[in-house]
Design a protein around this ligand. Structure first.
Ligand SMILES: [Fe+2]
Length: 194
């Protein structure tokens, strides 16, 4: 397996396998070889490793480097959407406003390449009932990823999976950085946890 192929899940979640791939390009359409794609997502329970101690370390979190054609590809699982903790203060506030606290299924990305602006983004999966009803208002038309489910068992064998699987093709575009600082992930002041 070459360096631009990765498997995100540790195999313990009996989920639908997901194969995602795409290209990272600049705004002129040139492929960006060696771009760094950091990807992380929730499991089928809607939780993230580290925050969810029942998951293995770094489960569903990987760093991938694009190949000479600017392509990335990885194997993972179809994530679930999730909501605010039902008894937490955010949901209590939303309850008083008569609003739900659900987010559609999504996958997070940091994408970076020398000379280009660091991109923090996420894609939302096209089949989710909350796609256009994200309580965090994070859905953008250009960030909706079409998810295709397949029962093609010949292709499944080639992909080394059994049964149903899903595929997403999604390309990213990086803008040139006007200043070196834009190549870095933005540093924000965060509240300390005690
Ligand atoms: Fe998330």
């Amino acid at each position: 397996m070459s360096k631009y192929e990765a498997r995100l899940d540790d195999g313990t979640d009996a989920a639908v396998p997901l194969f995602m791939q795409g290209q990272v390009r600049d705004t002129d359409g040139n492929p960006l070889a060696g771009a760094i794609v950091d990807v992380w997502q929730a499991n089928t329970g809607g939780t993230y490793s580290w925050f969810d101690p029942t998951q293995s370390a770094f489960n569903l979190r990987r760093r991938i480097e694009t190949d000479a054609q600017g392509n990335y590809r990885f194997r993972s699982i179809v994530p679930s959407g999730y909501g605010c903790p039902p008894t937490g203060p955010t949901q209590q506030l939303l309850d008083q406003l008569g609003r739900h606290g659900q987010r559609p299924a999504h996958i997070h990305f940091f994408i970076s390449a020398p000379g280009h602006r660091h991109l923090t983004t996420q894609i939302n999966l096209s089949d989710d009932p909350y796609l256009h009803d994200d309580f965090a208002y994070a859905t953008r038309d250009e960030l909706i990823a079409e998810i295709r489910f397949s029962d093609d068992q010949q292709l499944a064998r080639e992909l080394d999976v059994q049964g149903r699987f899903a595929q997403i093709d999604f390309d990213f575009e990086l803008q040139l950085a006007a200043a070196p600082v834009e190549q870095q992930r933005m540093q924000r002041v965060r509240a300390l946890e005690d």
